[in-house]
Ligand binder design. Sequence first.
Ligand code: 1PR
Length: 553
Amino acid sequence: MTVGTVHVLDLETGNLRSLSNALTKLGYEVKWVKKPSDGLDIAEILLFPGVGNFGHVVTELRNRGFVEPLRTYIASGRPIMAICVGLQAFFSGSTESPGVKGIGLIPAEVQKFNDSTKSVPHIGWNSAYVANVADEGLYGLRSDSKYYYVHSYRADVEAPLREGWTVAIGNYNGEEFVGAMCKDNVFATQFHPEKSGVAGLKVIQAFLQGNRVSKVPAPQTETLKRNIGLTKRVIACLDVRTNDDGDLVVTKGDQYDVREKGATTDVGGKVRNLGKPVEVAERYYLQGADEVTFLNITSFRNCPLVDTPMLDILKKTSETVFVPLTIGGGIRDVVDPDGTKISALDVASLYFRSGADKVSIGSDAVLAAEQFYAKGEELSGDTPLETISSAYGAQAVVVSVDPKRVYVSSKESTSHHVIKTAYPGPNGEEYVWYQCTIKGGRELRDLDVRQLVTAVEKMGAGEILLNCIDKDGTNSGFDLELINDVKSAVKVPVIASSGAGKPEHFLEVFEETTTDAALGAGMFHRNEYKVADVKNYLSGHGLLVRNDSQLAL
Ligand code: 1PR
């Protein structure tokens, strides 16, 4: 039994499965509108999701003949809700795509975030607070809630305010931007409500029910001030592989060795089985994980396209988990068993259509970086990283780094980028460089992490997942030296990974480094701690974290 029908513009530029799942969760039937004749004239409620590059989205909109029919729809007074690049399309243009005209409801240009003092893209959970308390509760928006943003370009609040729009403001390290805006029958959010947990679902629900101002408690000013800004992200990671019986299970390495220790008679030597991926992912979502990452750790051995269980896991997970999902493992140009060549872009597209928001590239990024340097730091434009990033936007591409510490007695003993370490090597070596590996640490490469992250940022990576083989599974805390060294080399966000064993390790990495996010795996899989334990601990020590546990649909 559905409560209503929603028409959704589908320009085929990105992952709409998550939005579809959110609408289904709220009890609505979805009608896709790929061209104006697909029901735009009879639509009673319209959603306009925009994913990826401004120019790509607006050009698709224009090429499919939507601009005038959209203007007619808006003039008819029927409700429309735009999301992310959909909001930006209402402006006159964007510096992301010079010369491409937007719909122009607001005579102003969308601009890039200032990346001189902060990571760009702006990825994570930030506020959308309505400056005028009288408008508090605009379509369910709460000043004490956080919403998931992933964008490099922002709309200034001045122009829409001047044009009579009600604006909910986000603030990224002092740079304000339009988090959401509303005028008459038009509502738009820069954040992704379908990926913003219960808080986001409540915004979609309020819009669909026409609750322009839903009663929510007006925040106390002090609470509001404390709550503004980007939170520290806590991510749960599921290393997934087929076990000895051929089932895809959540496993966990100890310095990348995922097999149980002990006599071969019992579980010794078998792949550690820590649960079913969909169930584990949902458990972490309900515990408050800000993102869930799946790493298919043996996919370098086979073609992901025949690895359909991973696609099924994504499809099932995205039906009930409404925070960003990242999938890694095997994202590269492949040849499937019958000899058909399949591009990395096709593999990534399949994952996006199955519910992934980001894809993570490991081994192939190392090989691409090696090519980059071999060609004198020239971009080839046809590597998997570059093709996926240009099609789906940098924010959809993560590079997963699997480094090993290499101790040296002096800077001069290697041409690689070394740091002086506070943790000397086995023979008292005071310097260390981080060697890149591929195939899950099985193959060492003559490339250091700083070379890798510098190259992949130029190729269009939007985020770095920074593992550390030496720390993986040790419960000894993150490699703080590695994280700070990488953060000093790139402007894109970094996710610290490997070594977390208790909530204190998350506080330590956020206080001792400038990491944008921190990831845990083993400590959650072994049920030693819940994600909520980490977030409550961080919040208790004054860090800004997302917590919508008090919300229910
Ligand atoms: O190379 O593009 O096919 O991608 C393979 C992906 O699988 C990469 O992201 C690589 O990091 C990952 N991977 C491959 N082998 C392993 C392994 O463990 N044998 N997982 C593996 C690496 C890193 C994190 C881990 C953290 C946190 N694991 O996923 O969970 O280290 O662990 P902890 O909190 O328990 O310490 P490609």
